[in-house]
Write a new protein. Structure first.
Length: 478
């Protein structure tokens, strides 16, 4: 936390005390806050919740406090993210939702050893109703088990709260089982009293979520943070209403923030994370130091991938534009919709060379594009009619229109395609049905889709049979 923010919080503390608020100013070791309450919800990020008609209350909290649109989870699925929030490590649980018992140090044990009071208020802990152990990290760290209690024990006299509180709603009230609306209603009914009180009593409210189930890289990029955005809203004393901090943060950043606020040591990966209540001068815009390169073979149907060049000022995001050039690598034209980090070569690319432009950006904006060298001329795929490969080269998914469309191509000799659409079950333990194929054209459109997650399958049909390794695409209608 910066000196300016510390001074502002301390001043507010003196004003509250002078007005008879009855809440003593916090010591220097607590960073100015008497109480911090962290609520952990499930599966959504700021973009999905704020301004959503199903979340009028949380939307109002964004206006009352500060939001962090680039806050990220650190893994999938839930389990590891809860453990990371408390210990700075996923404790070896990537791609697992199995509860563990860990003797590693958690921020709970760290706080208790330092004389900082801490409690986990877990809804359903006593009754078991809609309770999931994988959402309760207190039960999984041996130094934290004694500091958990049922949420029914959350005090109405907020001055009696511990210095650090974690609130974990049950699987309905945390948005996991029933979507956004029940979580929004529960939060207002159970925490708004504290949130409004915190503004004038040296205290802070933090709302976050474990992971983003709609992460576009859910299956392609385990267990990293790319795209895995989560909710992050801070409301309370010293927080500027309506502020937005668009720096990159993650669960280790939130842990680091709590450690800094209460003078605790750094756990796991938190030493390298940024305190979310700190401020930083904006870095300069990135400057290209070395151009990107292209990996892959320039043959029709093959996929080319861009490899980052070297940039100054540590870009936090990249933009791409693939271009089709003549045989000399000149007279280049942008390829429609080819703006990802990879590009699958089409029949239209035959005889042309391909290059990619990369632009690195950070909080200060983007630099000038850096351009790779052009590939060799794109060659036809081997003409083997017995070998089929199905290519899903374009997709258009619209939650607004409840529709999805896909364009198909095939290498080898193809006489048509077969398509299947499978809706992923939402019931716990239910198995995803096997695809049931039917004939389809090179453009396949699905309309009137229900909300949920889907998998589309496509396979080319040739003289010798069908492609035994169909192309698949996961998408979601929200």
């Amino acid at each position: 936390m910066t000196k300016a923010r510390l001074a502002a919080v301390a001043l507010l503390a003196l004003i509250c005390a002078a007005a008879g608020a009855g809440e003593p100013a916090a010591s220097a070791s607590t960073g100015g806050y008497s109480h911090v309450v962290v609520v952990i919800d499930e599966n959504y990020d700021n973009a999905e919740v704020l301004s959503n008609a199903a979340a009028p209350y949380i939307t109002s909290l964004a206006a009352q406090g500060e939001t962090f649109p680039n806050d990220h989870a650190v893994t999938h699925p839930s389990e590891g993210n809860y453990l990371a929030l408390l210990s700075g490590s996923v404790q070896g649980t990537n791609w697992s939702d199995n509860c563990i018992t860990s003797t590693s140090r958690s921020v709970v044990g760290e706080a208790l050893a330092a004389g900082v009071s801490v409690e986990g208020y877990i809804e359903g802990l006593s009754s078991g109703n809609d309770y999931l152990c994988r959402h309760n990290p207190f039960s999984q760290f041996t130094d934290a088990i004694s500091a958990q209690t049922d949420f029914s024990n959350f005090p109405t006299d907020y001055s009696t709260l511990p210095q650090i509180s974690f609130v974990i709603p049950n699987s309905v009230d945390d948005m996991h089982d029933a979507g956004i609306a029940p979580g929004d209603t529960w939060l207002q009914a159970n925490l708004d009293g504290y949130i409004q009180w915190a503004k004038t009593h040296n205290s802070l409210f933090i709302l976050t979520s474990d992971e983003n189930e709609a992460d576009p890289n859910y299956f392609q990029n385990p267990p990293g943070e790319a795209g895995n955005n989560v909710m992050a809203v801070f409301v309370g004393a010293g927080i500027t209403p309506g502020a937005v901090d668009d720096r990159n943060f993650d669960h280790y950043s939130l842990l680091r923030t709590l450690e800094d606020l209460f003078g605790l040591g750094d756990l796991g990966w938190s030493p390298g994370a940024i305190d979310m209540l700190s401020t930083a001068s904006a870095p300069p815009a990135p400057v290209d130091l070395a151009p990107p390169t292209i990996s892959g073979t320039p043959i029709e149907g093959q996929t080319l991938s861009e490899i980052h060049g070297s940039w100054s000022a540590s870009p936090t995001a990249y933009a791409y534009e693939w271009e089709r050039c003549d045989i000399t690598g000149s007279n280049c034209q942008a390829i429609t919709r080819a703006t990802g980090q990879s590009y699958t070569l089409l029949a239209a690319d035959l005889g042309s060379t391909i290059r990619v432009l990369e632009t690195g950006s950070n909080a200060s904006g983007g630099g000038s594009p850096a351009t790779s060298s052009a590939t060799a001329a794109v060659r036809p795929a081997p003409a083997d009619p017995a070998v089929l490969k199905t290519l899903l080269v374009n997709e258009q998914v619209s939650s607004r229109n409840r529709s999805a469309a896909f364009r198909l191509e095939a290498t080898g000799t193809s006489t048509g395609f077969q398509c299947a659409l499978v809706r992923v079950p939402t019931s716990k333990g239910a198995k995803t049905p096997s695809p049931k194929y039917s004939s389809c054209g090179p453009w396949k459109r699905y309309r009137h889709l229900r909300l949920g997650r889907y998998v589309v399958y496509a396979r080319a049909v040739g003289p010798g049979g069908v492609d035994e390794t169909p192309a698949t695409r996961h998408f979601r209608i929200t």
